[in-house]
Design a protein around this ligand. Structure first.
Ligand code: SAM
Length: 391
């Protein structure tokens, strides 16, 4: 690239525009925010050009004498020979000249410009392809606008806590809103995410407050206090949870505690692992004619879980208790081959799906790995079920 990108202060410098058609008028419009010392010389002046009352307009054919005192010259006539003459004479007079008809022969180019409140971004392409410049400029502008909007929001978000659902573990399933908040957060408190490495790209300070790793268990009250303290320090806080914050995520408790202590809270939903597990294992949670209800429950806590009596029943947690749950279905006279889908690490590269039934599970013939989502119901084998019904 032979053109050096620089920015020049042209306030009060005389800018000479030769020509007064559409292109010249565009140049004037482009230059006016930077200087009011613009002279236009042309034998005929377009109506568009006449609208610029602040411009010095001279109705005359080009003459070398007009170059005098000019800091920059724009050859915008529709006559190639005249433009040739202008650039030659400008060069002789030691003036920098831009010609609109033969860009590469110019002494300088004007880049495409994106202006924000406190920034001017200039865009140049190596081959001066105007379409590329405009496309890139538009893309960049969108990006810059988004960044500025984020910055503005951030100022208002100090001292606020966002309970954000991370989804089932695969970072691609994080919502756009969740991603934006993570980028802006001063402090991120996360628990047992299945892909915690995905957090390394976010600049905020990251603190693990999970309940499993190293057998170190943080009490919920301790987590509540940590969140409160960070918010009181005027940080923008993201409390990141696997799946959705309001499904076995204790999001409700955290919200109540923080709001009681005067902290604003916003909850951003995430894809719950049950929803992801169903999708990735091709198990409809409802299906016309087979299942018209679905219930979500926990298999955790030996005596506290209960069998869900829904067409489709989905159990979170408690991999150890699935065997016992399957037995309870048998005790309730569900068919011996009542289908069960087990989805381990849904959405992740090492996901495993097992389609089995309550008898095999109750007899301990199926290995159940944690974390697992267990789906009980005929939709687990819905294709088989549909075939049976048409036979
Ligand atoms: C404390 S609960 C949190 C649930 C979470 N809030 C949600 O909406 O998915 C943890 C349980 O979610 C389930 N789980 C979370 N991620 C999972 C995944 N990727 N695959 C299978 N099960 C998952 C497991 O049953 C695990 O024991």
């Amino acid at each position: 690239m032979s053109f050096l990108p620089i920015s020049i202060n042209i306030t009060n410098k005389k800018i000479l525009i030769l020509g007064a058609g559409k292109v010249a008028a565009r140049k004037v419009k482009h230059l006016l925010p930077f200087t009011s010392n613009i002279t236009v010389v042309a034998p005929e002046i377009s109506d568009e050009m006449k609208q610029f009352s602040e411009v010095d307009i001279i109705e005359s054919a080009y003459d070398k004498k007009y170059l005098e005192g000019a800091f920059l010259v724009y050859a915008c006539t529709d006559n190639t020979e005249v433009n040739d003459q202008i650039i030659c004479e400008a060069e002789e007079a030691g003036k920098l000249c831009n010609r609109v008809d033969k860009g590469p022969e110019s002494h300088f180019h004007s880049p495409a410009i994106i202006e924000t409140e406190d920034m001017v971004v200039a865009v140049n392409t190596k081959d001066r392809d105007i379409r590329k410049m405009v496309a890139f400029k538009n893309e960049l502008k969108e990006h810059i606008d988004e960044k500025i909007e984020l910055q503005k929001q951030k100022v208002n978000q100090k001292g606020k806590v966002y309970l954000v659902g991370f989804g089932p573990g695969n970072p691609d399933l994080l919502t756009k809103k969740g991603e934006k908040l993570l980028q802006q957060a001063d402090a991120i408190f996360y628990d047992d995410l299945l892909d915690a490495d995905a957090l390394s790209k976010y600049p905020g300070e990251k603190t693990y407050v999970g309940k499993r790793r190293d057998n170190h268990s943080k009490e919920q009250s301790e987590i509540n206090d940590i969140l409160l303290k960070a918010a009181q320090e005027e940080k923008m806080v993201v409390r990141l949870k696997g799946g959705d914050p309001l499904i076995f995520g204790r999001g409700g408790e955290e919200r109540l505690y923080l709001e009681k202590n005067g902290v604003e809270v916003e909850i951003i939903p995430g894809i719950s692992s049950a929803i992801a597990a169903a999708a990735y294992a091709n198990i409809p949670l409802t299906h016309r004619g087979i299942s018209s209800s679905v219930a979500f429950g926990t298999a955790h806590g030996k005596n506290s879980y209960k069998i869900l009596e829904s067409d489709t029943s989905v159990y979170y947690m408690g991999a150890k208790n699935i065997k016992e749950i399957a037995q309870k279905y048998l005790d309730k006279n569900y068919p011996a081959d009542y289908p069960v889908g087990l989805v381990h690490k849904a959405s992740l590269p090492d996901q495993e799906v097992i389609k089995t039934n309550i008898t095999e599970i109750a007899e301990g013939r199926v290995e159940i790995k944690s974390p697992v989502i267990s789906i009980f119901g005929n939709t687990v084998e819905y294709e088989r079920e549909l075939r049976k019904r048409t036979e």
